[in-house]
Design a protein around this ligand. Structure first.
Ligand SMILES: Cc1ncc(COP(=O)(O)O)c(C=O)c1O
Length: 451
């Protein structure tokens, strides 16, 4: 298993050939997703026993039965949830990182990898306008990043309050991502849910909620979103930041989806105020075109995060001995970690940051074009002007089952993956544009199929 023998040679050829073909797909086809479990059972039956199998036989099961049962999130036809669109360079470098088994915990073990990851974190921090001392690490996703940041927020509030203290709360808007509610449950904090007029958390709405609440000292943090998942709305970051300062509360910005818009000049102003964030997250596996899984987590004052997340054990003392060290493990809830920022680093260096800005602008532009196409059709109604790459719209007169039939047929015909969503209690349709190569003709075909 650990030597280069005939089986290894065979796998190098077959697996790399498959990877090569997958990399050369342009565009990536959609494929199918959900399957009857019994069909999949049949495909894998008997494979995990005491005896070995020929690698080509196992690879054959994967390529013929398992891989087609996965909808390709990186297809330009994947327009549901939040898609993915990793660059070719990032995918290639991801394979290299996998082969190199880099243990990205500590400076002692992986200074070179961590230095490159930190170069990317610095680039993102600069785009956000965070101070030179800002820093953090890459974690597996937005959920892990939100959790790690809010752990720090809670500890900072606890320390400031001294012994005794509250059951802490976090002010959130109704449109915050589901991972925030999940984080609060895990951390035993309660939400102060701020009602908004138009799904956008603003400074005045936050202030009004706090004034009406009567227990502001229990608020440890406020979470704003820079690009809501369902509608791509960027909260009033400057207004929220000002209220946080008055209140002395931690200001967390969840940019898991929309944070990438910091690189898009046409929308950059909407992020003003993000420079005041105590913590900020963005998922490069979403709109910064990195492979799964990769989330950037940044703190204004990383020393605070380190004081909360650092793990101490006799066998770990050695990683903390050098004062110049930067140990990614100290900035989130994790110890062992893959150097998951490196594929993004390689890709940014290869293509240049401007190519990223252009690709992000392409999705924003596609959303604007789609909105115009919707407005041109009398059987459709645009729900709101898109701010980023998400477009919400309704087919006049349709019941939920009709949206489901339309979406199922589009997937069946391998035209698009575009599951419906809900908006203010109503089932509606939703485009999530992210891939820079989603053609406008595809958008038209999808809309025409609603006529
Ligand atoms: C705004 C926002 N926050 C957090 C998340 C969670 O990120 P992940 O799925 O990487 O855990 C998402 C995912 O779509 C998101 O859109």
């Amino acid at each position: 298993m650990h030597s280069v023998d005939a089986t290894t040679e065979q796998m190098i050829r077959s697996v790399l050939a498959y990877a090569e073909n997958r990399l050369r797909l342009d565009p990536v086809p959609l494929d199918e997703g959900s399957r009857d479990p019994s069909e999949l059972d049949l495909a894998v039956r008997g494979l995990l026993g005491d005896l070995p199998h020929n690698p080509d036989q196992v690879l054959g099961v994967y390529t013929s039965c398992l891989a087609p049962a996965v909808i390709s999130a990186d297809s330009p036809r994947f327009l549901g949830f939040i898609p993915a669109a990793p660059t070719k360079a990032s995918l290639l470098f991801d394979m290299l990182i996998s082969c190199a088994s880099i243990q990205g915990i500590s400076w002692l073990e992986a200074a070179g990898a961590i230095h490159a990851e930190n170069q990317v974190l610095r680039l993102i921090a600069d785009r956000a306008g965070l101070p030179p001392g800002a820093g953090g690490c890459f974690v597996s996703g937005g959920s892990a990043a939100n959790l790690s940041a809010l752990v720090v927020a809670r500890e900072v509030a606890k320390r400031a309050a001294g012994p005794g203290g509250h059951r802490w709360r976090v002010a959130v808007s109704t449109d915050a991502h589901s991972s925030i509610a999940s984080t609060l449950r895990i951390l035993e904090m309660d939400p102060l849910t701020v009602r908004t007029d138009d799904h956008r958390l603003t400074g005045p709405a936050l202030r009004a909620a706090i004034e009406a609440d009567g227990d502001p000292s229990s608020i440890a943090a406020v979470v704003a979103t820079s690009g809501t998942t369902n509608a791509g709305i960027i909260d009033d970051l400057a207004g929220v930041a000002a209220v946080c300062r008055e209140l002395g509360a931690w200001f967390h910005v969840d940019g898991a989806y929309g944070g990438a818009g910091l690189f898009a000049p046409s929308v950059r102003r909407a992020y003003d105020g993000i420079e005041h964030a105590d913590s900020f997250i963005v998922d490069p596996h979403k709109w910064l075109f990195a492979p799964f899984d990769c989330a950037a987590l940044l703190y204004r004052d990383p020393a605070l995060a380190r004081s909360v997340h650092r793990q101490d054990a006799s066998y770990l003392d050695v990683i903390h001995e050098s004062p110049a060290e930067w140990n990614p493990t100290d900035y989130a809830y994790h110890l062992t970690r893959r150097a998951r920022g490196l594929p993004l680093w390689f890709s940014l260096a290869v293509y240049g940051v401007r190519a990223y800005s252009d690709a992000i602008e392409a999705a924003i532009n596609r959303a604007r074009q789609a909105a115009a196409e919707i407005a041109d059709r009398d059987y459709l109604a645009l729900i709101r002007e898109p701010e980023l790459g998400v477009v919400l719209f309704r087919r006049t007169g349709w019941a939920p089952a009709q949206y489901t039939r339309w979406a199922d047929q589009l997937l069946h015909d391998q035209v698009a993956f575009i599951p419906p969503t809900a908006w203010e209690g109503e089932t509606v349709a939703r485009f999530a544009f992210l891939h820079p190569h989603t053609p406008i003709d595809l958008v038209r075909e999808i809309l025409n199929r609603m006529a």
